[in-house]
Design a protein around this ligand. Structure first.
Ligand code: HEM
Length: 535
């Protein structure tokens, strides 16, 4: 049970954050952009928007309730049933319970509003309840556990979360509206005006988001080593890097949106902006999942200096070095497992060597694939199209290494459910990589009859990115464990860029799609290099 709770915790927190974004962003979109009481926005657009708000609020209620149930199961397994009596009177339980009730109230109020969306009084009720939903988050963050500056930190975190939700949720609504606009001229006529209004809402959200993030980050990280040398700091930096990528796309859209109201709006408003919006939304949802992992890690300020890595140690992890091509034998690993079974001991030298070899060889396979994907089209296009087959070799390698290390089939009798959360994650990674290889190879071999197959790479790579970004090893992790996690988090962030770039390659027309394709292969190359230099 503890394993299931551990495995589901971050995805559920992520789902709650996505739900909040759909709810709060959808209400902000309706009030600021659609303005249904003016009766200019088509009914179907208001209906779609409210459906997204309703599903978001229902997701928050369900996700938060499941998180509470898992926590109670975890507690009663770790202690005894009496502990639940103490748990239900904690601030955490009460705050989570209150959030579930508010989310249910938002769901019900939106269903009521759907019956008469032009009634201002109903909008007022939904807005008040949404503000309560936004505020309820303040009692569920790290801020509530601080001894100093608690009210300020709670307010800043709630504002940060709300600004993020308005941006992400609004963007998802814009993407939804485009889906309608492509089908009906009535919707299309309003598109330029809505894009212009949304761009002002998004800009305000970004400003609030960044201005609230700065003091919160300073209070929780407190030093350069807190920012660079801990799991918490690494996740904050990952968010900053991904925010940079999202803002790059947003800047193109902002330029286009500024001219949207002119009589001769630029063609990019319909040929490029909607697809950049989709890619921006992909990156932002991934940042939300990173935020979910972040809120489950102890802030760097709470870690003793001995548990933080120095800048030099982090640089050493990424520094170019020759790959390690010597591995301990399966027999040595079996004896190593027997010697350390059940004991909380420092990882052995053999385990480190084993891990280095696994990562470095995986990196070499990926490096070869990236180089063929990048350079192949210029030299031999027919050969270049075969690069996804490398994923099949990579999947086999990943599975066999994990099986040999843990003693599962074909190397031992250990059963799959006995390998722990990390072991299961490694198996899922191997299956994802295999699926990715087969589907992408087919999509490239027969582009004319590939249908939805080209979407497999972004979809499966997104699943891989989620695994990497939410793959936290322990709560209070040792420095050595952080130095492993930092490479995984970096690869997760690069995988997000790969997903967004490949999505744009599929959606945009020539020649911009070729640029996006090269960016996707470039991100894959960077992931390969992180693996090749891994220690
Ligand atoms: C300059 C970039 C950013 C920085 C430095 C930053 C930093 C932070 C920090 C330090 C926290 C506090 C977490 C805690 O309670 O320990 C946080 C929370 C959060 N951030 Fe950001 N952030 C940034 C950008 C973003 C973006 C772009 C989004 C989404 C679009 C986002 C979404 C969130 C959310 C939803 C939370 C609340 C998580 C929770 O309590 O479950 N952040 N951020």
């Amino acid at each position: 049970m503890l394993f299931v709770a551990d495995f589901l915790d971050t995805p559920l927190r992520g789902a709650v954050l996505v739900g909040i974004s759909l709810a709060l962003g959808g209400v902000a979109w309706a009030l600021w952009v659609l303005r249904p009481w003016q009766r200019r926005a088509p009914q179907a657009a208001v209906g779609l928007g409210l459906t997204l708000v309703c599903s978001g609020a229902a997701t928050v209620a369900t996700g938060q309730a499941l998180l509470l149930i898992l926590k109670m199961l975890e507690l009663s397994e770790s202690f005894d049933r009496d502990v639940l009596g103490s748990f239900v009177v904690t601030q955490h339980f009460l705050a989570a319970g209150a959030r579930i009730l508010v989310a249910l109230a938002v769901t019900a109020a939106v269903l009521w509003l759907r019956c008469a969306p032009d009634r201002a009084a109903r909008w007022l009720v939904v807005t008040v309840l949404s503000v309560a939903l936004a505020a309820s988050g303040a009692w569920l963050t790290h801020a509530t556990g601080r001894l100093e500056d608690r009210p300020a930190l709670m307010t800043l975190t709630a504002l940060h979360q709300t600004a993020a939700s308005v941006w992400v949720g609004g963007l998802l609504q814009l993407a939804g509206y485009w889906w309608l606009a492509r089908r009906q001229p009535l919707f299309d006529a309003l598109w330029p005006e809505l894009v212009g209004r949304f761009s002002r809402l998004a800009l305000t959200s970004v400003l609030v988001l960044v201005l609230t993030a700065l003091p919160v980050t300073w209070m929780y990280t407190a030093s350069l080593s807190g920012l660079v040398g801990t799991g918490y700091g690494a996740l904050v930096l990952t968010k900053v890097a991904l925010l940079g990528a999202a803002l790059l796309l947003a800047a193109f859209n902002w330029r286009t949106a500024r001219r949207a109201g002119e009589p001769r709006a630029p063609a990019a408003l319909r040929t490029r902006l909607p697809y950049l919006v989709e890619a921006e939304a992909i990156i932002l949802v991934m940042i939300l999942l990173t935020a979910a992992t972040l809120s489950a890690q102890p802030p760097s300020a709470d870690l003793a200096a001995a548990h933080r890595a120095t800048v030099g140690e982090v640089v050493e992890v990424f520094r170019p070095k020759l790959p390690s091509l010597h591995t301990p034998s399966v027999e040595i690993m079996r004896m190593n497992r027997a010697a350390t079974a059940g004991a909380m001991v420092e990882r052995s030298r053999a385990a480190y060597l084993w891990s280095n070899y696994s990562h470095n060889v995986a990196g070499l396979i990926l490096l070869g694939m990236s180089l063929v994907a990048l350079g192949g089209p210029i030299v031999r296009p027919a050969v270049a199209r075969q690069w996804p087959l490398g994923f099949v070799a990579l999947a086999a390698f990943l599975y066999l290494r994990a099986a040999a290390n843990e003693g599962t089939w074909p190397f031992g009798a250990l059963r799959l459910w006995e390998v722990g959360a990390e072991g299961v994650q490694h198996r899922i990674a191997a299956i994802l990589v295999l699926g990715l290889g087969v589907l992408e190879w087919r999509a490239r071999a027969h582009p004319e009859r590939s249908g939805l197959l080209p979407c497999a790479l972004p979809a499966l790579a997104a699943a891989g990115a989620v695994l990497l970004l939410t793959h936290s090893h322990t709560a209070f992790q040792a420095k050595s464990s952080f130095l492993v996690q930092v490479t995984h988090t970096t690869m997760g962030a690069l995988a997000v860029l790969l997903v967004a770039a490949r999505w744009l390659e599929l959606r945009l027309g020539p020649p911009t799609n070729r640029l996006a394709g090269a960016a996707a292969s470039g991100a894959m190359l960077m992931i390969a290099l992180v693996l090749v230099f891994y220690r």
